[in-house]
Design a protein around this ligand. Structure first.
Ligand code: ADP
Ligand code: ZN
Ligand code: ZN
Length: 745
């Protein structure tokens, strides 16, 4: 990595001997660049940002090390133009993790470091201002929050501040848009902001902790007893009280003045979850996710870095949050695909959480009802300590799972008569039903039955989804939309009776509305939750029992607690059975068990109906038994036989370009290079067209690189990735290397 042969530009001022700065510049090149330190002032330490002249521009870069000898002719060295920080931005273990991650994912180090910084810092902005703290004024302490009934956000803020001053980052976890209500309260003279060091928040009364079950107790004690780095796999069925175990493991860490990092899947990061943390632990909380405005992100990042935040909750990128005093890392729903970044720097948040735990020397807890096969295999090999919660908390039982044989069933809007009857009976009993279908829109295909025409996306060559309410055809790959034709557009056809094929959630919702005209329906998908706060409102409506029937995509699957739901219907389970994607069955099983986990969490027993055209498939027998272990073992045996992860590590080289054959040519050359440098046991498979051959008008192909083991694969990848930079790619061609790809798409 420390290869600085091609210094970009010659420079004048050659100085005598003395250390040079080895710097990571955010450009797509897998190498570092040497610069002279500033003529005056102290030497910048590794982890400090500097401004450097680079190819006629000035760039913000990061010093990664100091070297006695420049790797280029000293006469050609240039000087950094400015030093931006007095000290390293990252604590040493995290900086070390970032450098390691760049090497592991074979991604340019400058880009990795830039991606790990909040936007303004990455662009060279000054160090963040100290966080602003809001507190009640004397008048605010006299005020009655109840008088703000018509302004719930102001009321909530007033109540929270009554227990002590809070930073804006913390307040933001109460109300998503803060400015208005805070300004209103300030106008009343009830709250005021101050800048500077925070005053410790007084301990607030927290919700009492329930008595732990013996299994919970054992799990919590094992984590509390851990010293230094110790990875745990907390395998607990849905509703078994994993979150409670996290809380018990976190409490002594917080008491010791240490910080806890909690990673959650994108969709699970809701105000309900944050409220739960607040009620039980009352920590100073910082929240990090991709939906934050830059200033908010920076404030949360700084709260984590200064140690002000005791608990940092966030989605995958929060794994890069600096922590002054780390004590514990938790990855909830560790199997969730959203932990994998799918563009740019393609890291896996869970995997980096483990690598980070090792460097910070703290325990790492991976929790899931349906652990990834990777984690199960690691546990089996003894790398993780396995902790099991085999029963639901508070005596609730797991729901019974039954199949609906769809062969010959007279389905309406994708719903069998059987499932419709069950939904009606559930509503009749005053309970809630939840139907799951992971497909947006009304129907995935619009077809002319006379000539066979279907509307394909002009940029991706895939059928466009019919969205009935918005009255348009939409490509779910690229977002392209067009009007719904009134007749078949084929020149010699013109048939006015176009038909839809297949079923999406919109159609399910309409069928339910026809069959249960009086029931209160709620649909939860990307189309109905676009508006800020819409998802929270819908989740509240479900959790509060106002919704009677819920139809949703994967958005309703994750982690939510809906005590009134006693019936779950899986509208279509077959997509994952025979897919070419090697993780499809694992995902199917996880999704069905997760959605089934929403049923019967309270006193009432839940029931799950799964609609399928393949009731004889062996997967269903295991699903009915809730036997994830047995499923995972069978699946692992197949992966081993097929030479797939976690037994054989993979990397995928993707290429795309405007020229139909360009990607293929590039990958063929890449393969030649790889073979020429051959490392024994490493195989190159392809090039082959990508499963989505054309996306947004660009042609795509891929080349798979396989095993035999991680160390050998990476020994082959490191020089290869560097060689790819020098390959002639042709105009407009882009390529990316994906180490441990989530799927081969
Ligand atoms: P999971 O995350 O494993 O799905 P949760 O932590 O959400 O489960 O717990 C499910 C429900 O059980 C929650 O309402 C929680 O408050 C409750 N619960 C957890 N542990 C206990 C316990 N020991 N006794 C009683 N209720 C509990
Ligand atoms: Zn036609
Ligand atoms: Zn498209």
């Amino acid at each position: 990595m420390n290869d600085s042969r091609h210094q970009p530009e010659p420079a004048g001022a050659a100085e005598g001997a003395g250390p040079v700065l080895r710097v990571a510049v955010p450009v797509p090149l897998r190498r570092l660049f040497d610069y002279l330190p500033p003529a005056e002032g102290p030497l910048p330490a590794p982890g400090v940002r500097v401004r450097v002249p680079f190819r006629g521009q000035t760039r913000t870069a990061v010093v990664v090390s100091l070297a006695e000898e420049p790797a280029v002719d000293p006469a050609r060295l240039r000087r950094v133009s400015a030093v931006l920080d007095a000290e390293a931005l990252w604590p040493a273990p995290l900086f070390d993790l970032l450098r390691w991650a760049a090497a592991y994912y074979h991604h340019p180090e400058g880009e990795v470091l830039a991606a790990a910084l909040p936007g303004p810092l990455g662009r060279g902005g000054g160090p963040p201002p100290p966080p602003r703290l809001w507190r009640l004024t004397p008048a605010g302490r006299e005020a009655d929050p109840g008088s703000l009934g018509g302004a719930p956000r102001q009321r909530d803020i007033l109540r929270a501040l009554a227990e002590g001053p809070l930073s804006e980052a913390e307040l933001r976890t109460l109300a998503s848009s803060l400015r208005g209500p805070l300004d209103r309260l300030a106008e009343r003279g009830w709250v005021a902001a101050e800048t500077g060091a925070r005053v410790a928040a007084p301990a607030r009364p927290a919700e009492p902790a329930p008595d732990l079950s013996p299994h919970q107790q054992r799990a919590a004690e094992a984590i509390r007893a851990a010293e230094g780095f110790a990875p745990f796999l907390l395998e607990g069925v849905t509703g078994s009280g994993k979150t409670e175990v996290y809380f018990r493991a976190m409490a002594p860490v917080l008491e010791r003045g240490r910080q806890v990092l909690v990673l959650v899947p994108e969709i699970a990061l809701t105000p309900q979850l944050l409220a739960r943390f607040r009620r039980r632990l009352a920590p100073r909380l910082a929240v990090l996710h991709s939906g934050l405005a830059e200033g908010e992100r920076l404030a949360a990042w700084e709260a984590a870095r200064s140690g002000e935040a005791q608990v940092v909750v966030g989605t995958r990128s929060a794994v890069f949050a600096p922590l002054a005093r780390p004590g514990l890392i938790v990855v909830d729903e560790e199997h969730d695909p959203s932990f994998k970044q799918q563009e740019g720097f393609r890291y896996h948040g869970r995997d980096l959480a483990l690598a980070r735990g090792a460097r910070e020397d703290v325990p790492v807890v991976l929790g899931s009802a349906t652990p990834s096969l990777e984690s199960l295999e690691n546990a089996r090999r003894g790398r993780y300590t396995r902790l099991a919660l085999p029963e639901r908390a508070g005596g609730a039982r797991l729901p019974a799972v039954d199949l609906v044989d769809m062969r010959g069933a007279a389905a309406d809007g994708g719903l069998s008569p059987r499932l419709l009857r069950e939904v009606a009976a559930t509503v009749e009993r005053g309970e809630q039903a939840l139907l799951f279908l992971n497909r947006r829109g009304y129907a995935p295909v619009l077809l002319c039955p006379a000539c066979g025409w279907t509307q394909l996306c002009p940029h991706c060559d895939r059928p466009m989804t019919f969205h009935r309410a918005r009255h348009m055809l939409l490509c779910h790959l690229c977002g392209h939309n067009r009007a719904v034709p009134v007749q078949c557009p084929e020149a010699d056809c013109g048939n006015p009776d176009l038909q839809t094929v297949g079923v999406g959630v919109e159609q399910v919702e309409q069928a339910l509305a026809r069959h249960l005209p009086d029931a209160r329906l709620v649909r939860v998908d990307r189309d109905t939750t676009r508006r800020k706060g819409a998802l929270e409102a819908k989740l509240d409506e479900i959790a509060g029992g106002r919704a009677q029937v819920v139809v949703g995509t994967q958005m309703v699957v994750k982690g939510h607690h809906f005590p009134g739901v006693t019936l779950v219907g899986v509208v279509a389970a077959d997509g994952g059975l025979y897919s070419a994607d090697f993780r499809a069955r694992e995902r199917l099983f996880q999704q069905v068990l997760q959605v089934a986990g929403r049923a019967g969490r309270a006193e009432r027993l839940g029931r799950v109906w799964v609609q399928t055209f393949h009731p004889e498939h062996p997967v269903f027998e295991l699903l009915r038994a809730h036997d994830y272990r047995a499923f995972a073992e069978a699946e692992l045996a197949e992966r081993r036989a097929a030479g797939l992860p976690p037994f054989v590590p993979l990397a995928l080289l993707r290429a795309e370009g405007s020229d139909p054959d360009g990607p293929n040519r590039f990958l063929a050359r890449a393969r030649e290079r790889g073979l020429a440098r051959g490392v024994a046991g490493v195989r190159f498979l392809g090039p082959a067209p990508a499963p989505v051959e054309r996306l947004e008008g660009r042609h795509r192909a891929q080349l798979l690189v396989a095993g035999p083991d991680r160390a050998t694969l990476h020994r082959a990848l490191a020089p290869w990735a560097l060689a790819l930079e020098g390959l002639e790619a042709g105009p407009g061609l882009r390529w990316s290397l994906d180490v441990d790809p989530a799927d081969l798409f």
